[in-house]
Design a binder for this molecule. Structure first.
Ligand SMILES: Nc1nc2c(ncn2[C@@H]2O[C@H](COP(=O)(O)OP(=O)(O)OP(=O)(O)O)[C@@H](O)[C@H]2O)c(=O)[nH]1
Length: 348
């Protein structure tokens, strides 16, 4: 081993240099609370409350969040991660709720994470979604949560990958990550997904124009919801034409062709078909090897977020303007990295 015990790599990389540095301003986990390992066991036995408490620790960041990653280390992560996005009002929550219903009929455990990365506050516009999700409220195998940054350093960019990973490790078969719009922050959140579903509504020309820039980059499936609207067919045509234009001359054999689906989510119409397309995309990811690639990207994002979160916390503890503090951080980074590299060489 190259590194010493204090900086040895683990499932929850520790950079803690000294006693007293462990409790950050947002880390409040009184000793009377069960430890994260206990909560993981309870969550595994079906306790929704335990899942909620673990997610709260992840939201809080710092030592509380790290104790969760450590408790989850080594567990299987078989979940499918589906990102769902679209402008406000297109029917994202109604579609999500219908997809949850579909997955439950197939006996799958489902988690829904509503993330609003542009807002510093909890859930934002997505909070209203709980009303439309109410039918799942008493189902023990459905877990729904709005993720907030609550002043956490690194905010949602740090909390989201960890939350998605935790839900996967806790045995949910499907994790739906719902977010608003297609700004850069949302694209970052969606890059955690295996499959990205972009929901649009007919007659929203401006939104379609605005989404154009991001669409081809991030969406694997387009869904025109509110297909009971008179402009639905025209919107489907417009999107299909736009996708054909975008891929002209660039289509390779075996490459995924972004399909344009339609639904009336309030009636559940078209949802079976959307679910079938999501399955087809998953099968494509498996056969093309892209699933592995996306999952590797997700792990890298989680590690990056955890490390930058930790460094931000270290920097925050230094007195303002203390140059030696910064030097310490560099030193810690080098030691941590040496430990990590040594661990990798040791097969650890
Ligand atoms: N006619 C029609 N209305 C729909 C359909 N799907 C959803 N709606 C309605 O559209 C409104 C918005 O639906 P939501 O599911 O809240 O949309 P959202 O995209 O989650 O909206 P935000 O929470 O604001 O981001 C609600 O009144 C739904 O009942 C549909 O297929 N047809």
């Amino acid at each position: 081993m190259t590194g010493d015990a204090a900086v040895a790599p683990s499932a929850a990389p520790s950079l803690a240099p000294s006693a007293g540095a462990s409790a950050g301003p947002v880390t409040r986990t009184p000793a009377v609370h069960p430890d994260s390992g206990e909560l993981v066991r309870a969550a595994g036995a079906g306790s929704v409350r335990a899942v909620a408490r673990l997610l709260s620790r992840i939201e809080a960041g710092g030592d509380a969040a790290r104790s969760v990653s450590a408790a989850l280390a080594g567990r299987q992560r078989e979940a499918r991660i589906v990102g769902l996005t679209g402008a406000p009002g297109v029917g994202k929550s109604t579609v999500t709720s219908a997809l949850v219903r579909h997955a439950r009929r197939a006996g799958r455990r489902v988690a829904v994470l509503a993330v609003d990365p542009s807002s510093p506050f909890s859930g934002g516009a997505l909070l209203g979604d709980r009303v439309r999700m109410a039918e799942h409220a008493t189902d023990r195998d459905v877990y729904i949560r709005s993720l907030s940054s609550r002043g956490r350093l690194g905010g949602l960019s740090a909390a989201t990958p960890a939350a998605v990973d935790a839900l996967a490790a806790l045995g949910f078969d499907l994790v739906l990550v719902e977010t608003v719009g297609v700004g850069q922050n949302e694209v970052d959140v969606l890059s955690l997904a295996d499959t990205v579903l972009l929901v649009l509504a007919p007659g929203m020309g401006d939104e379609i124009q605005a989404a154009k820039a991001g669409i081809l980059e991030i969406a694997d499936v387009l869904l025109v919801n509110k297909a009971d609207h008179e402009h639905a067919a025209a919107t489907v045509r417009e999107l299909t034409g736009m996708l054909a234009l975008g891929r002209s001359g660039r289509q390779r054999p075996g490459e995924w062709r972004v399909p344009v689906q339609r639904s009336v989510a309030t009636r559940g119409d078209g949802i079976d078909e959307v679910a079938a397309v999501l399955d087809r995309h998953h099968a494509h990811l498996v056969t093309s090897g892209e699933l592995e690639e996306r999952r590797r990207r997700r792990i890298a994002a989680a590690v990056r977020a955890a490390v930058s979160d930790r460094f931000a916390a270290e920097l925050d503890r230094r007195p303002p303007g203390a140059a030696d503090g910064l030097d310490d951080v560099h030193l810690l980074a080098d030691r941590w990295w040496a430990g990590l590299a040594g661990g990798a060489q040791d097969g650890g």
